[in-house]
Design a protein around this ligand. Structure first.
Ligand code: MN
Length: 230
């Protein structure tokens, strides 16, 4: 019997899948901090393979990376962070690195939008990052591509331009913690489930974007994001 609810069940956030009519239902959005050495340095940290650390965004922070994306309230310094997304199709606890690829449904491209002014204040005050990282529409994403169609995602260009100017350019091979290592590590902290997606960190070159800016982000071999801030 269905559990009676006092109002309609909140809408399930989904991501389109390239070449398929069915959608990917999102359970959780995990994000890796400082996973490219040059970005760790530009944020004032030493990237010498400290263990990865994680934060989360709500599932409904994910929005289409095509068309218009709303400029959020309460910031004067909204930053772009282009990231490879890995989407999971199976559950896992204490997953060995060698088994991690079995959990992967596919890949996508997303922008980890960040209220940098609010985040800097939070860091200074020892406060949580939720409001600086997990606001509404803080994760414009591309459609997902199933692993069998995505090819080798351990290397390849990852980049982002704003109004046609190149801002971020890196290579997936520069990730400090590889996708499989991220999955293995995270599965020791949380029970991973089908429907979880992981944003795997951003290369150097993060910076501010303003209302009206045209943002394009890409990873070789995947559909990109292409949106305007409104
Ligand atoms: Mn990020």
């Amino acid at each position: 019997m269905d559990t009676p609810l006092i109002f309609e069940r909140p809408e399930q956030t989904v991501m389109p899948i390239q070449g398929e009519t069915a959608f990917f239902p999102i359970r959780r959005v995990y994000c890796v901090g400082r996973n490219y050495a040059a970005h760790a340095r530009e944020m004032g940290h030493d990237p010498d393979r400290e263990p990865p650390f994680f934060f989360t965004k709500p599932a409904d922070a994910v929005v289409s990376g095509t068309g218009d994306v709303p400029y959020p309230p309460a910031t004067q310094d909204l930053h772009h962070e282009i990231e490879l997304i890995v989407a999971l199709k199976a559950d896992g606890v204490d997953v060995p690195v060698e088994e991690a690829s079995k959990l992967i449904f596919g890949y996508g491209v997303g922008v980890d939008l960040t209220r940098r002014d609010m985040q800097s204040e939070a860091k200074k005050m020892g406060r949580p990052w939720d409001m600086s990282k997990g606001f509404d529409a803080s994760a414009p994403c591309s459609p997902l591509v199933p692993v069998e169609n995505a090819g080798d995602m351990s290397q390849g260009e990852i980049g982002l331009s704003v109004n046609g100017d190149l801002r971020q350019k890196g290579d997936l091979a520069q990730m400090i913690w590889k996708t499989e290592e991220v999955i293995a590590y995270l599965s020791r902290l949380m029970r991973l489930r089908a429907g979880d997606i992981i944003m795997t960190g951003t290369p150097e070159g993060v910076g501010a974007i303003a209302k009206g800016d045209h943002v394009k982000g890409w990873v070789t071999g995947l559909p990109g994001v292409d949106f305007r801030l409104r």
